[in-house]
Design a protein around this ligand. Structure first.
Ligand code: ADP
Ligand code: ASP
Ligand code: MG
Length: 498
């Protein structure tokens, strides 16, 4: 059996949802289908509840739009008849519950995180019953009964042991097509509705695939596969045929939104391959993520980035040679639920820099200043401050281990383009080099690195020629005109054959 997950855009329009129907109905083995909310609905549910909490009566208009989107979808994709009537009853019941909740928030002008989690759950509850009614023979399952979380460090974390047991019990007998809402879960003690975090439907699918030892996990989305960079930022990004679990994990952790980061581990642990496919181009090969992959000829596999980065540096001559400073930094941050995605320590041991999300920066400074208050008072450590508006970029690939000069090429490219690197880190596994730049340099950094590692000289030249329509003159003139700039910017040796 296999597990297939369809994201928001895949179930977001009439054409795409009909394509989902075709793709699933063509499968000849038992399949568990996990779906996200209709594209954009989770954001809309959050915005609407925030408007209601602020006492903004315009929330009602937003709510109507949510209603219309679902009702129109039902009328367009489900033929008139008993099935449609039954489905409309269920959809209307959920929408009317939602209306009551919004009204309650509007009246008391308060929105707790518990209520917020309940509200967003309606996205997947609605989409999943629509898709279940659309796909022939599909049986709907409520993931709130078997995806269980527990509260740790102020966050709802999956209880994987309990979830695995419940998934196995629920799917002891498999129908041809099981339909499951992604993202949503319940607290194992209180039963309150929780979720696995934004983008969490991928994780739902992965956890189910791992619990049932599925043959594969398929993530169906709106791009042709895992690409060398975010195609919305880098127009020349292209699909990667194969990625190892480690490479995929590194790229996802550093912002490649195509797969939600926690998704990789459960299936990697069971050696279940992940296939990334495009709902809008089902014939495309997609990307396979597995243990052993063809390493290919390129030094790196992909680039990813996190835009909202803050760098927090704990520094002071009083840190040199003192045992336990890093332990205290990470303990203080962990106790406050702050996740650190990059660490860099100077060899003199007098400073440790950590990368956190902007939203966590203020709290991180507060807890570190408290943790080191004595040392700060004595002047051994400087008061901890955050440098905001930064971005973290990672280049990833297992080939780095065997290829000397990658760091030189990377930093040479950045240097030639006038981009300064604020901090950098490379793990001993040598599958990732990550570094921090100013946010305003992010796009340029990604472009020059992508050109430098992924495009041949001929392609770079071609791009410049295509982009110089206003320069005028003959092709040869245009080539000469760009030659100098290219030599400077890319540090390339050009052979112009005309
Ligand atoms: P879904 O709704 O199907 O879960 P997401 O929006 O979460 O889809 O993820 C798909 C998007 O991820 C793509 O549209 C693309 O813009 C973005 N993305 C970012 N980095 C990459 C990458 N390296 N490869 C492919 N897509 C990427
Ligand atoms: N609907 C949720 C979100 O938008 C979960 C998901 O799409 O995976 O974050
Ligand atoms: Mg997603």
């Amino acid at each position: 059996m296999k597990v297939m997950k369809f994201g928001g855009t895949s179930v977001g329009s009439v054409n795409s949802i009909l394509s989902v129907k075709q793709i699933v109905e063509a499968v000849e083995e038992p399949v568990i289908v996990v779906v996200s909310a209709l594209g954009g609905i989770t954001d809309k549910l959050i915005n609407t509840s925030q408007m209601a909490a602020k006492g903004d009566a315009a929330y009602e208009k937003e709510y109507r739009e949510i209603v219309n989107r679902h009702i129109e979808m039902v009328y367009t994709v489900i033929p008139a008849g008993d099935a449609r009537t039954v489905l409309l009853d269920k959809v209307n019941e959920l929408l009317s519950e939602l209306k009551d909740i919004f009204q309650g928030i509007y009246l008391i002008k308060d929105l707790s995180s518990k209520t917020s989690a309940t509200i967003v759950s309606y996205g997947e509850r609605l989409s999943s019953i629509i898709v279940a009614s659309l796909i022939k023979g599909a049986v709907w399952y409520d993931s709130r009964n078997f995806i269980k979380t527990e509260k740790k460090h102020a966050k709802h974390i999956l209880d994987s042991e309990l979830t695995t047991r419940l998934v196995k019990e629920t799917f002891r007998e498999l129908p041809e097509v099981a339909l499951v809402p992604g993202f949503i879960s319940t607290d194992k003690n209180s039963g309150e509705v929780t979720n696995l975090g934004r983008g969490g439907s991928d994780y739902t699918a992965s956890v189910i695939a791992a619990a049932l030892n599925a043959d594969s996990l398929e993530i169906w989305t709106d791009v042709d596969g895992f690409m060398t960079a975010d195609p919305r930022v880098i127009s020349t990004a292209y699909t990667i045929n194969e990625l190892s679990y480690v490479e995929a994990m590194e790229l996802c952790n550093f912002g490649a939104k195509v797969v939600y980061p926690p998704t990789i581990y459960p299936v990697c642990h069971k050696n279940i391959p992940i296939l990334i496919k495009n709902t809008f181009n089902p014939q495309g090969e997609g990307t396979i993520i597995k243990q052993e992959v063809n390493s290919g000829s390129k030094a790196i596999k992909g680039i990813s980035s996190i835009n909202d980065t803050s760098l927090i540096t704990v520094t002071g001559l009083g840190m040199v040679g003192v045992i336990g400073v890093n332990f205290r930094i990470f303990k203080a941050l962990a106790q406050n639920g702050i996740s650190v995605f990059m660490v860099s320590q100077a060899s003199s041991e007098n400073s440790t820099s950590i990368g956190v999300r902007n939203q966590d920066a203020a709290l991180a400074c507060e807890v570190l200043n408290e943790e080191f208050s004595k040392e700060i008072e004595m002047g051994e450590i400087s008061p901890v401050v955050a440098e905001m508006n930064l971005a973290t970029i990672a280049i990833v690939g297992e080939n780095m281990k065997h290829t000397p000069g990658i760091a030189g090429k990377l930093f040479g490219t950045l240097g030639r383009n006038g981009i300064s690197v604020i901090a950098c880190a490379q793990g001993a596994s040598e599958t990732n080099i990550s570094f921090v730049v100013e946010s305003k340099s992010l796009r340029k950094s990604l472009n020059v690195i992508h050109d430098s590692f992924f495009l041949s000289e001929y392609q770079v030249l071609n791009l410049f020629i295509c982009g110089t329509g206003t320069v005028g003159g003959s092709l040869i003139e245009q080539i000469r005109c760009q030659q100098q700039r290219l030599m400077q910017e890319r540090g390339l040796k050009l052979k112009v054959v005309a």
